[in-house]
Design a protein around this ligand. Structure first.
Ligand code: C2E
Ligand code: MG
Ligand code: MG
Length: 872
């Protein structure tokens, strides 16, 4: 299913639509409510307005009615001939009041508060509240009586009454006036002469209520103008300052008051219901939205998953094509159904050639049949990979590592798929590592591991096995070659030695290199001394032949230690150990020789080994000390030089002389650090001595062979700042014997450092005066053996004399060592030896003692050679 087609934007959420709808309905609802309420208010206002108009209309009508009634009523009295006769001239009070024509009843039954008859000049008749009073109308009425009379008399029709309002006894009253005229045919009188009848109708609240009720007016009453609210309808009573008012019914407000609470409640309920409805709608839409969002989210997740799947497929393709592995699939019959593109690249076969073929025809495994392994996959979760072989298209055998997983469909296995990693190179590398771990990389010979394995196998049968002879060979003079000419030379020598060793041995013998310049030859089926001696002679002869390196002959030799399985046991390690001891012995017996292991060697060598270890430790722990022995001019007084002589302050054996450990140090490499230490220590000490005293240090021939003496001396001089000119090196002639050319070069280089060279122990070795000529010596020391016997009258004095003579002739400084007696000193003086050294003048003494000795010598003015300190 392709989900990517669904990637178009989805419709906007339901919730938003619901919100918009809710908003629209809300607005409509509010608009409806506002309109309805507006209409209601407008109706109410109109009703109220109508009420006001009606109120005003009926108030006016009520008043007009009263006026009209009053006018009619007064007309019935004034336009009446009888009344005219009794009232127009003199008022007939009897007729009027007593006979009640115009008397009390007008008040009691008709409600007129004042009844007056008046003319322009006077008030002729006055009845107030039914009582006849003798008073002027103006005492009661505020309006002008004259003006009232004028108003009546000035009318065109005198029969018509007039009405006005005025305060009567300070209360508004309806005042109606009419001219008293006869209603018969007699000629009309001059209007100005007529009397005027005035009825005053005081508008009392009771009267007004009565009038009002007739017109449906509520509480019709009078109120002072200033107290009336604006908007209150009123009928003003002219200049009285009062107006007629009636209570308004306010039907609009009544309507509102009666409707609003109900309407409000209904609206509120409606609003709540609407709110609830919208809330519900929103919730529903929210739910729809959530579902929608969830749908979108899951849609997005599906999209992402789809993309991840595509990426994964892409990655798989890339990996499948880029990896060195190829991918395969087989059906349940083990026929190949899929092979990745890499298959062709790795194997060279076109894929089509193998699709449909049995995988077992392609791959095979010599340890586990492929079919079985696949079956096991079903049972084991973590089945390991299988190493298979196959032939590629060119026919070459290749290796691959097969991994597989079952393909499961509907709970049953329908096939397998997996990868095949080409491990041909890995297998080859492994084989090479295997070879390297058993062979020496430089010479290609078996190494210690292989030797041990061979010996173990060969010695397993013990007595029944063929006798084995193990020869351990160590090269002589290899180290100097390696050190001085560098590793290429060393390597060339080792390779040549390996070649010669193989040349000398038979096929079933083993030649191995243990490391460094140590080789082992195992001779099989040969263990008579005679045979072995012959073999060793041949071997040493062969190795003695110079090795050519860059056109230079390099000389080496060999020492051999031998063990025999039948005599020394059938333990491989033991055989090697014993051969090593024998080799040690051979070396200490002098080089280029061989030695059979014997039981006693073990102890000797053990002791020497112990000593060697002790000496190594002594160097580290500073157990070595230097003693100093001065050398004098032949007069025996002046110190020329001081010789440093090493001793070992052994923790258990006490102070050991150099003879006990120098040879051991020379046989091992220990002489190198020892020699350096002596040189440094001596130079540092000599710096504290007077500057004219020289320092003599002994150098061993082994130092020449094992290290770069020139470099050592230079370093110490630089380090200690001891002047080279004060240093004298004592060398025995053995140096020249070992390596004639090399020694000369070294000595010349030493001379270039400014140091002096003395030949020590002259006369003991194969001393030849020829050396003296060829080498850059500054002096010779005649060995103490000759001195010891010069005073005995032997031949030795002649030898000494000859040496002195020769030495001097060659410009050399001649010293006699081992001077023990005064006599010897005297003879040497006589024989004109240059310098002397010996117990007679001073024994070797330690650093502190020598410092004190120097002090004493200084105090005595010259070097006191007879110093007691020195002799003790
Ligand atoms: P050497 O260089 O010939 O030193 C002289 C030896 O003769 C010293 O023995 C010294 O103590 C001893 N001697 C001095 N005067 C007399 C005397 O009047 N009578 C007798 N009988 N002996 C006397 P020492 O100290 O035992 O040294 C022995 C040898 O050890 C030295 O012989 C030297 O070859 C070697 N040696 C000593 N110190 C060193 C050293 O630091 N390095 C090396 N390579 N060899 C050393
Ligand atoms: Mg010496
Ligand atoms: Mg000496």
């Amino acid at each position: 299913m392709d989900f990517s087609t669904h990637a178009a934007p989805l419709p906007s959420p339901q919730r938003n639509a619901t919100r918009r709808l809710a908003f629209a309905v809300g607005v409509l609802f509010i608009a409806g409510v506002i309109t309805a309420v507006g209409a209601l208010f407008s109706i109410a206002t109109r009703l109220d307005d109508d009420d006001v108009n009606d109120n005003l209309f009926y108030s006016t009508r009520a008043l007009e009615n009263r006026i009209l009634a009053s006018k009619n009523y007064i007309t019935s009295y004034a336009y009446w001939t009888t009344a005219y006769e009794h009232l127009s001239a003199q008022v007939d009070t009897n007729w009027a009041y007593v006979e009640q024509n115009l008397g009390k009843t007008l008040f009691t039954s008709d409600g007129y508060d004042g009844v007056f008859v008046l003319n322009r000049e006077q008030t002729k008749y006055a009845v107030v509240r039914g009582q006849l009073v003798e008073a002027n109308i103006s005492g009661f009425l505020k309006a002008s009586a004259t003006a009232l009379v004028d108003q009546v008399q000035l009318q065109s029709d005198l029969t018509k009454p007039v009405s006005t309002y005025s305060l009567f006894e300070d209360w508004p009253a309806l005042v109606t006036a009419a001219a008293i005229i006869p209603n018969d045919e007699r000629p009309t009188e001059e209007p100005r002469n007529t009397s005027v009848l005035v009825f005053v109708d005081k508008l009392t609240p009771a009267k007004l209520r009565k009038i009002g009720s007739g017109f449906g007016l509520n509480n019709l009453t009078l109120a002072p103008d200033e107290t009336i609210e604006a908007g209150q309808p009123r009928v003003p009573l002219d200049s009285t300052g009062y107006s007629l008012v009636a209570d308004l019914e306010r039907p609009g407000q009544q309507l509102l008051w009666s409707l609003l609470p109900t309407l409000g409640s209904i609206l509120l309920i409606l609003m709540l219901l609407t709110g609830y409805f919208f809330r519900h709608a929103l919730r529903s839409s929210q739910y729809v939205d959530n579902s929608f969002e969830a749908m979108q989210t899951s849609h997005r997740a599906m999209q992402a998953a789809n993309q991840a799947l595509e990426a994964s497929e892409e990655r798989f393709r890339a990996v499948a094509e880029a990896a060195s592995d190829w991918i395969w699939e087989i059906d349940r019959h083990l026929s190949l159904t899929y092979l990745s593109a890499r298959f062709s690249t790795v194997t060279g076969y076109p894929r089509e050639q193998w699709l449909g073929q049995d995988i077992m025809q392609l791959l095979s495994c010599d340890t586990t049949p492929l079919e079985l392994w696949l079956k096991k996959l079903n049972e084991e979760v973590n089945a390991s990979d299988l190493r298979c072989t196959y032939r590629d298209e060119t026919g070459q055998q290749r290796y691959c590592r097969l991994s597989a997983r079952p393909i499961v469909e509907s709970h049953s296995i329908v096939g397998y798929r997996g990868t095949a990693s080409d491990i041909t190179d890995e297998v080859a590398a492994h084989a090479q590592i295997q070879h390297l771990s058993m062979h020496d990389a430089l010479t290609g010979l078996p190494n210690r591991n292989k030797l041990a394995r061979y010996l173990e196998e060969a010695l397993q049968l013990k007595e029944h096995a063929a006798p084995l002879s193990l020869l351990m060979i160590d090269l002589d003079n290899f180290k100097p070659i390696n050190d001085s000419l560098g590793h290429p030379a060393g390597d060339a020598v080792l390779q040549e030695v390996a070649r010669r060793l193989r040349e000398c041995t038979r096929d079933h013998d083993i030649v191995a290199r243990l490391g460094g310049d140590e080789f082992v030859v195992v001779l099989s089926g040969m263990d008579s001394h005679q045979e072995i001696d012959r073999f060793c002679t041949r071997l040493i002869g062969s190795l003695h032949e110079p090795v050519m390196f860059e056109h230079h002959p390099l000389h080496i030799g060999a020492s051999i230690g031998i063990t025999l399985s039948r005599r020394h046991g059938f333990e491989a390690a033991e055989l090697i150990r014993c051969a090593d001891i024998a080799l040690y012995q051979a070396k200490s017996e002098g080089k280029n020789t061989w030695c059979y292991f014997e039981a006693h060697m073990s102890d000797q060598i053990q002791t020497r080994r112990q000593m060697e270890d002790d000496l190594r430790k002594a160097l580290k722990d500073n157990e070595l000390v230097l003693h100093y022995q001065p050398r004098y001019k032949v007069d025996g007084k002046e110190i020329v030089s001081v010789e440093a002589l090493v001793r070992w302050q052994h923790p258990t054996k006490g102070l050991l002389g150099p003879d006990l450990f120098i040879p051991l140090a020379e046989q091992t490499d220990l002489i190198v650090p020892l020699g350096r230490w002596v040189l440094r220590e001596a130079c540092q000490t000599a710096l504290t001595w007077p500057a004219e005293i020289l320092l003599s240090v002994n150098l061993s021939p082994a130092q020449f062979a094992l290290s770069d003496v020139v470099q050592d001396v230079r370093e110490v001089l630089v380090e200690t700042r001891f002047p080279g000119s004060r240093l004298e090196l004592e060398i025995t002639e053995n140096v020249m014997l070992n390596d004639t050319d090399g020694a000369l070069t070294t000595m010349n280089a030493l001379k270039e450092l400014g140091v002096r060279l003395n030949m020590d122990d002259f006369g003991t070795g194969y001393s030849s005066l020829g050396y003296l000529r060829a080498y850059p010596f500054d002096g010779i020391k005649i060995d103490k053996r000759f001195i010891a016997s010069i005073s005995t009258g032997s031949n030795d004095r002649a030898v000494v004399q000859a040496i002195i003579g020769l030495g001097k002739a060659m410009g050399l400084n001649v010293t006699a060592e081992g001077v023990e007696t005064e006599e010897q000193l005297a003879i040497l003086g006589k024989d004109q030896c240059n310098e002397v050294q010996g117990y007679f003048m001073s024994r070797p003494i330690d650093k502190m003692a020598f410092a004190r000795f120097l002090q004493t010598s200084k105090r005595s003015g010259a070097v006191n050679h007879r110093s007691n300190t020195a002799r003790s």
